[in-house]
Structure formats: structure tokens, C-alpha cells
Write a protein that binds this ligand. Structure first.
Ligand SMILES: NC(=O)c1ccc[n+]([C@@H]2O[C@H](COP(=O)([O-])OP(=O)(O)OC[C@H]3O[C@@H](n4cnc5c(N)ncnc54)[C@H](OP(=O)(O)O)[C@@H]3O)[C@@H](O)[C@H]2O)c1
Length: 282
């Protein structure tokens, strides 16, 4: 979201009932999120504890000239995010991706340090695979509180999910709405796979259209409810007020038979990252 969209939608979504806001240094909208948050909190008379704010360290190392953050760089980056958001603590601070390879451990140690200083409630990672998490185990380091990953019926990552559950690492799903024909259709926000995906979801007989008809909800609601039924947190993004409101209405349940059927729709891999799947980074 642009800063303007982020400020407006943060404000509107909190006013509507959302309480978890997800941003990141690399989204360049933390200041705007902070402004929208404060405005809504003031109007609703909310305490800081009533909301849950996640932001992320950009680790660097993804492209040329993308400087990798060391321990100090990580601390500085965190302080910048805190300042931009205008908060005195962050609820959940994540390492955005595992790309920093040689500095991953150092960055994680910096997050542990930040938590010890009580500047964050929880620390975690995003787009990390089992190999990256096992690296922490080998270094006798505490495991993350959460892993934020691309998860939807076309990308179910069953092995990783099983591992995260065993290790009691909370699962936060992003890009839940990938199977919709309207998912990031605009130039600039789409992924290389968007047009291939759209062909499947445009089909009037698509599984999610049929399920939406059956439950008298939207396809987006089916996709979000699927994730919630499995115990994942979700982060639906919309710059449209009506959609933001619809995405919040989860007042129905999906039968076990239909949940089992959706499990069969897994296509493996991921869709969102333009620069290759972070889960595949060594
Ligand atoms: N950690 C990571 O690496 C990572 C990566 C990607 C995303 N994320 C996080 O996850 C959030 C959501 O992910 P996302 O933006 O990839 O995708 P998403 O929430 O799955 O889908 C957003 C797309 O779907 C459309 N949409 C939203 N609600 C809809 C509805 N009810 N009906 C039809 N279309 C609808 C939106 O268009 P409109 O806006 O026009 O409604 C937008 O194009 C992001 O904002 C970000 O916070 C994290």
C-alpha cells in the first residue's frame, strides 16, 4: 500500500474492528500506518495493549547493492521502525526473509537482544524454511515465536506447517487471497505467475466459486476461513472499504469434508516472490 492508502486503510480497519496491523520497513509506509493507528485509537479510546502491530527488518542481501544488516544495523533498523510508527514498543518484530545467509544468526541475536530490552513482545521470522530454523537449533538459540509465510490452498507447505506446529511456532499466513482472479491484478503489484493463476480462477466452475456459492459468502471469505480453521493468523490486504469489511466477516464454518477437499488443491511452491522463493535460500 502507498503511504496514503496505508494511513486510510489502517484507520478504517481499526475503526471497523481489525486489531492486527502488518507492515515492514521495506513497505515504506510505517509512518503512515502510525498516523492511521493513532487517529483510530484516539477516536475509539483504545489502549496500546488493544492493538497488535507487526513490522519487519529488511535483512538485505537479496539483490546487488542491498546491504546486509549486521547486529548493529539490525538494532538501528528496529529503532527507525519504532520511531516511524511512533510507538514505544512493537508487538511482533520479524526478519523479513532468510536472504542474509552469513548474517542470519547475527540478525537473530540482535532480535533476541531487542526482546530482552522489552522493546518488542514477540520476535519471529518470515519466509523461513526448516533449514533456516534448524540453523538456530544447531546454534543453541531460542526459536522464533512466529513464522509469517505464504499460505493458501494452492501453497499449503504441509511439511513446514507440521514442523512449525511441532516446535510451537505460531503460523501467520500471508497472500491468503492468491487464488482470486482479482489478486494483485494491477501492473507493478502482480507476480510473474499472476496471469497463469488468473486463468484458473476466472473459470466459473472453479472450486472456490463453487464453495462460495454453497456457503453464501465470497471466495475471499472461503480462503480466509480455510486458514483460520487451520489455526493460522491471516493478513488480508485491501484498499477498498467494502472488501476490507467483507474480509472481516468470518461468521460461518467450513465442513470437514470441504476442508479435506481443499487439501487436495495444493499446487506446491509459492507465488508471490519475484526474486525466487525465499524458502529455497540456503
Ligand atoms: N512477509 C512477506 O514476505 C509478505 C509477502 C506478501 C504479503 N505480506 C503481508 O500480507 C499482506 C497481504 O498479502 P497480499 O497483499 O500479498 O495479498 P492478499 O491479502 O492475499 O490479497 C490482496 C489482493 O487481493 C485483492 N482483494 C482483497 N480483498 C478482496 C476481496 N474481498 N475480493 C476480491 N479481491 C480482494 C486486493 O485488491 P484491492 O486492494 O484492490 O482490494 C489485492 O489485489 C500484505 O499486505 C503484507 O502485510 C507479507
Amino acid at each position: 500500500m502507498s503511504p496514503e492508502e496505508a494511513e486510510k486503510m489502517t484507520y478504517e480497519s481499526i475503526m471497523y474492528g481489525y486489531r492486527h496491523i502488518d507492515t515492514a520497513a521495506v513497505y515504506r509506509n510505517e509512518e503512515a500506518v502510525g498516523v492511521g493507528l493513532k487517529k483510530a485509537m484516539k477516536e475509539l479510546n483504545l489502549d496500546r495493549e488493544d492493538i497488535f502491530v507487526t513490522t519487519k527488518l529488511w535483512p538485505g542481501g537479496l539483490m546487488k547493492l542491498d546491504r546486509v544488516k549486521d547486529f548493529e544495523g539490525t538494532i538501528k533498523s528496529f529503532e527507525k521502525s519504532l520511531f516511524k510508527l511512533g510507538l514505544d514498543y512493537i508487538d511482533l518484530y520479524l526478519i523479513h526473509s532468510p536472504h542474509a545467509k552469513k548474517k542470519r544468526i547475527e540478525q537473530w541475536q540482535a532480535l533476541i537482544d531487542i526482546k530482552e530490552q522489552n522493546n518488542v513482545k514477540y520476535i519471529g521470522v518470515s519466509n523461513w524454511g526448516i533449514n533456516h530454523l534448524e540453523e538456530l537449533v544447531q546454534n543453541n538459540l531460542p526459536l522464533p515465536d512466529a513464522n509469517q509465510i505464504e499460505l493458501h490452498p494452492w501453497s499449503q507447505k504441509l511439511e513446514l506447517v507440521k514442523y512449525l506446529r511441532e516446535k510451537e511456532i505460531d503460523i501467520i499466513a500471508y497472500s491468503s487471497l492468491v487464488p482470486l482472479s482479482t489478486w494483485r491484478h494491477k501492473y507493478g503489484e502482480n507476480s510473474k505467475k499472476t496471469s497463469e493463476m488468473q486463468k484458473i480462477s476466472d473459470d466459473d466452475n472453479s472450486p472456490f466459486k463453487r464453495l462460495a456459492f454453497k456457503y453464501k459468502v465470497t471466495e475471499a471469505q472461503i480462503l480466509l476461513k480455510w486458514a483460520l480453521e487451520l489455526g493460522y493468523s491471516v493478513l488480508p490486504k485491501s484498499i477498498q472499504t467494502k472488501r476490507m469489511q467483507d474480509n472481516f466477516n468470518m461468521n460461518f464454518s467450513i465442513s470437514q469434508d470441504d476442508m479435506n477437499y481443499i487439501t487436495t488443491l495444493d499446487r506446491g511452491g509459492s507465488v508471490t516472490w519475484e526474486y525466487g522463493d525465499p524458502l529455497m535460500v540456503e
